[in-house]
Design a protein around this ligand. Structure first.
Ligand SMILES: Nc1ncnc2c1ncn2[C@@H]1O[C@H](COP(=O)(O)OP(=O)(O)OP(=O)(O)O)[C@@H](O)[C@H]1O
Ligand SMILES: [Mg+2]
Length: 260
């Protein structure tokens, strides 16, 4: 996914100020940044949910030139919040994704997707009766069911996710992040908005740090998640730890307080 000079104006405000974005298949790309920095707007601009100017391409093709069915066959989207207006069961929600994707004729995918998200036994429950975290996992199952195979006809499939673990307990956060990492290792593309910088440090191959509708930094977690950059982005003194031997950066709230 490549976006050049992406600009979004909502109402009278310019929200994204002509930023460049690149995410490669086979990698987990995390978009991080403070509330209101434009993460969801960027995701929506790339998925065509809101109007944007700039050049955007997916798998080397201009997105504007792709038909909706072509896009649906290579990428699936999970928004920050999703409302299901009808009394659907969980399996019906997941089948919505499955039927939009290229493997609609391949049986068993919705059930397998539910299983990957630890939702065996939930298929025939009403979606609106699930807890917030269960609903979020069901939505990810819908996304997965749409683009089940990370590579199709030598082309990568993509998932665009807006805070997919925000309502999840720590165990299920790891289940989901492992699943996304596997998807990328198998050749798919993963673009995910994240608030948890520790999970980002563990799982992201590439990090895009946003502030005020622009990209403040991009690179590996080690390059982007630094004291200076995070403190600048979040307007708060933050201290990053790098324990040996992994060197994977992590933040603790206590450490943040000590830093001030
Ligand atoms: N429909 C809209 N009309 C006007 N302004 C909007 C609209 N949607 C979002 N904005 C503004 O755009 C800015 C970026 O919003 P966005 O939802 O992209 O932030 P975010 O980085 O995803 O934040 P969060 O971490 O809270 O989800 C915010 O200042 C928001 O108020
Ligand atoms: Mg958002």
């Amino acid at each position: 996914m490549i976006g050049k000079n992406i600009r979004v104006t909502l109402g009278r405000r310019e929200i994204l100020h002509g930023l460049d974005f690149e995410a490669r298949d086979g990698r987990v790309t995390a978009i991080v940044g403070p509330n209101g920095s434009g993460k969801s707007t960027l995701l929506k601009a790339m998925t065509g949910e809101i109007p944007a100017t700039g050049d955007m391409s997916l798998n080397g093709r201009d997105i504007d030139a792709m038909q909706p069915w072509e896009l649906a066959s290579v990428r699936a989207v999970q928004s920050q919040s999703t409302t299901v207006a009808f009394p659907f069961t969980v399996i019906e929600v997941v089948r919505l994704g499955h039927s939009a994707g290229p493997w609609a004729a391949e049986p068993g995918i919705p059930e397998a997707a539910l299983s990957r998200l630890g939702l065996d036994g939930y298929a025939h429950r009403y979606y609106h009766e699930l807890s917030g975290g269960e609903q979020q996992r069901a939505q990810l199952a819908r996304v997965l069911a749409q683009v089940w195979h990370p590579v199709q006809a030598f082309q990568p499939s993509w998932v665009f996710l807006d805070e997919p673990v925000s309502s999840l307990d720590i165990g299920h956060q790891f289940v989901v992040m492992d699943l996304l990492a596997d998807y990328a290792r198998q050749g798919g593309g993963v673009i995910t908005v994240m608030h948890d910088l520790n999970l980002t440090a563990i799982y992201a191959d590439h990090v895009v740090l946003m502030k005020d509708g622009q990209v403040l930094a991009r690179g590996t977690p080690a390059e982007v998640l630094t004291d200076e950059r995070l403190s600048q982005a979040y307007d708060h003194p933050l201290r990053v730890n790098r324990p040996a031997p992994s060197g994977v950066p992590y933040l603790l709230p206590q450490a943040c307080r000590d830093a001030s």
